[in-house]
Design a protein around this ligand. Structure first.
Ligand code: 5GP
Ligand code: ZN
Length: 114
């Protein structure tokens, strides 16, 4: 975990634009946004990916979704709609191995995602 970039953001060892935090969760702006609103919501605890979840994480994951929904409201995309994405593993396109939920909004997204 010593080298994990999101742990460093959570611990304020490297700068980021944090938009929300509480005891369990931290949310910050993506450094390379792909939409007008692009926020990453992460557990403060280092969990590598969705593949590393177990029943002890149920409450945490539910909490993350509620935080993301509240942020969609605060950043003005709740009414028009938004997307939450979790990439998992190599084929899923995960590049940072600390579980994170992308909150994307402010433009229209296509489906199926490329
Ligand atoms: P993934 O591809 O793993 O689903 O998403 C990783 C995301 O983290 C990417 O959208 C990337 O732009 C973002 N990211 C990578 N490094 C940093 C960083 O140091 N700070 C911030 N704020 N975002 C980062
Ligand atoms: Zn981490």
């Amino acid at each position: 975990m010593g080298e994990c970039i999101f742990c460093k953001i959570v611990n304020k060892q490297i700068p980021s634009e944090i938009v929300y935090e509480d005891e369990h969760v931290c949310a910050f702006k993506d450094i390379n946004p792909t939409a007008p609103v692009h926020i990453l919501v992460v557990p403060k605890q280092h969990i590598e990916s969705l593949n590393h979840l177990d029943n002890s994480h149920k409450e945490l994951i539910g909490h993350i979704f509620v935080v993301a929904k509240e942020l969609s409201d605060r950043f003005g995309v709740k009414e028009k709609g938004f997307r939450i994405v979790v990439n998992c593993g190599e084929d899923g396109g995960q590049t940072v191995n600390h579980l994170h939920f992308h909150l994307l909004g402010g433009r229209k997204f296509s489906w199926p995602a490329g």
